[in-house]
Design a protein around this ligand. Structure first.
Ligand SMILES: *Cc1c(COP(=O)(O)O)cnc(C)c1O
Length: 427
């Protein structure tokens, strides 16, 4: 019998490429069909067949407080009633900017945009404009959105679909993108030694969360900081996932390394389409209309999106204990998951920090792109399908993170762990 989701996917395929608006939603890599979501609440999703799932995707990160937080909903509905968009200045844009600057001290000025992709693309442009240099260094397996110059050996869907680059990106767009290896500072230093005076910036996910979750080894982020300083390049932290997830001040606060520019997305919109980039005042002053780095947006700083984001950040800023609770939850959940695979006699490593984690179906420790790629994606697919069948919504790809939220309960975590236990026991 075909399910409603199967019918909807078939219909979607007639009008949307692959039936989706973002590739990893297609479930192809786990050999399944997408669940069409009808509604969500707290840590649950319901699909069009009426099946309920415990949600470990959380819209890929934004739902740090779970779905439908009452304060966020209230601020959004109030903002909607005053108009959806004006294309003009609003007070809440400044409130939002001030809040970001207060929570993330390295950010002294910020520009709002509409997605993480746009934030990163614009930050790179600002870095190039500020330094008058063209080259950037990115790490294989790190994903920074789908803008042309960053779409090289990327993580997320590109890793899942095993494509090194994208068609449609002219060579000229990536010729100034230098690749280095995550957790290998030598690979960065080699570029600087060769062409240090031409390198505008190093961009990194401080915790790589688009090739599964890979933690920075001690000293790695520090070495990027000192290389950038030594060669006059800017250090850009792409905190689209880690920002406001690892702490109120993001990964830079958690690891004590200060970038020059930071990009945000996901959590700062609380589920609305928002991105932002910011950093030192002297750098951000290159952005138009103050400076000559042009960047604009019809819907940037949209009042409804700002209302959602400002309420989200306010909740996090005034309840910092949320991060201790998330860390406790993460330690419990990912720790138990590691115990379960170990009891099943499997070497699979679980990587996690706080509420962000991943189970690699790999036979060795995962520290970079090469080791991440050794994962058995078919084994992940089988596990993921089993969990889905039993009401656990995991990312439909090995190279994506699991996101815990403040709304997950101990009972839900235990239900999930029990299912994982029975899956691995029956292997
Ligand atoms: C999701 C993501 C992006 C892109 O953000 P979009 O809102 O999907 O455009 C950029 N960088 C990182 C680290 C991300 O995880």
């Amino acid at each position: 019998m075909t399910t409603r989701c199967e019918q909807l996917f078939e219909e979607a395929g007639q009008y949307l490429p692959g039936g989706v608006n973002s590739p990893v939603r297609a479930f192809g890599s786990i050999g399944d069909v997408p669940r069409f979501i009808n509604r969500a609440d707290a840590s649950y999703l319901w699909d069009e067949d009426g099946r309920r799932y415990i949600d470990y995707v959380g819209s890929w990160g934004p739902m740090l407080l779970g779905h439908n937080h009452p304060d966020i909903l209230k601020s959004v509905t109030e903002a909607c009633a005053r108009g959806l968009s004006y294309g003009a200045s609003t007070k809440i844009e400044t409130d939002m900017a001030r809040k970001i600057c207060e929570m993330v001290p390295s950010v002294e000025m910020v520009r709002m945009v509409n997605s993480g992709t746009e934030a990163v693309m614009s930050a790179v442009r600002a870095a190039r404009g500020y330094t008058h240099r063209d080259k950037i260094i990115k790490f294989t397996g790190c994903y920074h959105g789908h803008s042309d110059s960053l779409l090289v050996k990327s993580g997320s869907g590109m890793l899942t679909h095993a494509v090194p680059g994208s068609l449609g990106v002219p060579k000229g767009c990536t010729q100034d993108t230098l690749l280095a290896e995550y957790n290998h500072p030598d690979s960065v230093e080699a570029h600087f030694q060769r062409e240090g005076t031409q390198i505008a910036a190093v961009i990194v996910e401080p915790v790589a969360a688009n090739m599964g979750v890979v933690l920075p080894e001690p000293g790695f982020l520090e070495s990027l900081r000192s290389l950038c300083t030594a060669y006059g390049a800017l250090l850009i932290f792409d905190e689209v996932i880690t920002g406001f997830r690892l702490s109120t001040g993001g990964a830079q606060q958690a690891f004590g390394v200060t970038p020059d520019l930071t990009t945000f997305g996901k959590i700062i919109g609380a589920g609305m389409p928002v991105g932002a980039y910011g950093g030192k005042r002297s750098i951000m002053e290159v952005v138009s209309p103050l400076g000559n780095v042009y960047q604009a947006g019809t819907l940037s700083g949209n009042p409804v999106a700002m209302a959602a984001g400002y309420t989200m950040l306010g909740l996090l800023d005034s309840h910092p204990q949320i991060y201790d609770e998330l860390a406790e939850k993460g330690n419990y959940f990912f720790g138990e998951l590691q115990n379960i695979v170990q009891r099943a006699g499997l070497p699979y490593p679980v990587c996690h920090t706080g509420s962000l984690g991943c189970l690699f179906f790999a036979n060795r420790k995962v520290t970079d792109y090469e080791s991440a790629k050794t994962s058995d994606t078919q084994a992940y697919a089988s596990y993921c399908r089993y969990m889905l069948r039993h009401g656990i919504y995991l990312a439909p790809a090995q190279f994506e993170a699991m996101f815990l939220s403040a709304a997950h309960t101990k009972e839900q975590l235990d239900e999930t762990l029990n299912l994982a236990e029975s899956y691995f026991r029956d292997r």
